[in-house]
Design a protein around this ligand. Structure first.
Ligand SMILES: [Zn+2]
Ligand SMILES: [Zn+2]
Length: 264
């Protein structure tokens, strides 16, 4: 029994690692096309981001692999495969419940990690990316990775979720993790600056966290930040892009791209 569980953990580690490389790599390529030079001079940092992220892939993969094995072989967890097992409303309700629960856990653990001692020990690795890139999505110290890795494997025991809806939650988690760090906004301005953007976290919001530290702690929603007075609005990529242009020395292509993003 132990060997199959270990193999499942190993397989899941590989899946999480490859998923990270493909998603971050894809968005890094998109960054190169959209904002050439944005990551100029950041290669040593990117190498560290990839190393920490691959270590995190194992930390995420092991509990996920164990839970996947328990689900497949013993029927544990509340994951279901037949969509008619629950009414259809369960699909959106379960997705939203997972995102809301993960967001609350993230907000409070993240806020705690910004206290001086936990910051030095647990969270400084993530903020060593200045500015973060698409490769920083899983760039966490192992303790911080562990605090994130337990969330979904715990929730699948508590909230019934269809396997496809769970896939959607994981996709959202992966894509938001990458896009929130890649240094430019993917969402159109009417979303980011509109009524939806007042409650949803996108790159412009998390960017400000990496700039100012003591604010904007949330993951998906601005609910906790707004409730607790830690929301300081959304950042402006124009300034960050000018800094990148200065770093690369040339930045002719970047000036055009940065200008397009001005005011976001
Ligand atoms: Zn971050
Ligand atoms: Zn932080």
């Amino acid at each position: 029994m132990l060997v199959p569980i270990l193999l499942s953990a190993l397989a899941m580690t590989l899946i999480v690692g490859v998923r990270y490389l493909l998603t971050s790599g894809g968005f890094a390529l998109a960054t190169r096309a959209r904002h050439p030079g944005l990551y100029a001079g950041l290669n040593p940092q990117i190498r560290r981001e990839i190393a920490w992220s691959l270590a995190s892939a194992a930390i995420y993969g092991i509990p996920a692999g164990v839970v996947a094995w328990l689900w497949q072989n013993l029927g544990w967890t509340r994951i279901y495969t037949d969509v008619s097992d629950w009414p259809l409303w369960m699909l959106p309700v379960s997705v939203l419940s997972f995102l809301v629960a993960h967001d609350a856990w993230f907000y409070w653990t993240h806020r705690w990690m910004h206290r001086p001692k936990p910051f030095r020990v647990v969270h400084a690795v993530h903020h060593a990316s200045r500015p973060p890139t698409a490769w920083a999505a899983m760039s966490f110290h192992p303790w911080e990775a562990l605090s994130g890795a337990v969330v979904i494997p715990t929730l699948v025991f508590l909230i019934p979720i269809h396997v496809g809806a769970l896939g959607f939650v994981l996709l959202t988690m992966t894509v938001m993790g990458v896009t929130n760090h890649m240094g430019w906004e993917v969402f159109p301005r009417f979303i980011v600056e509109g009524p939806l953007g007042r409650w949803l976290i996108t790159a412009s919001h998390h960017q400000r966290h990496h700039e100012r530290y003591g604010c904007n702690y949330g993951l998906y929603f601005r609910f906790w930040d707004r409730l607790c007075g830690t929301d300081e609005g959304i950042g402006d990529f124009a300034r960050a892009h000018r800094r990148a242009a200065g770093r690369s020395g040339a930045g002719a292509g970047l000036a055009a791209g940065g200008g397009a993003d001005g005011g976001r």
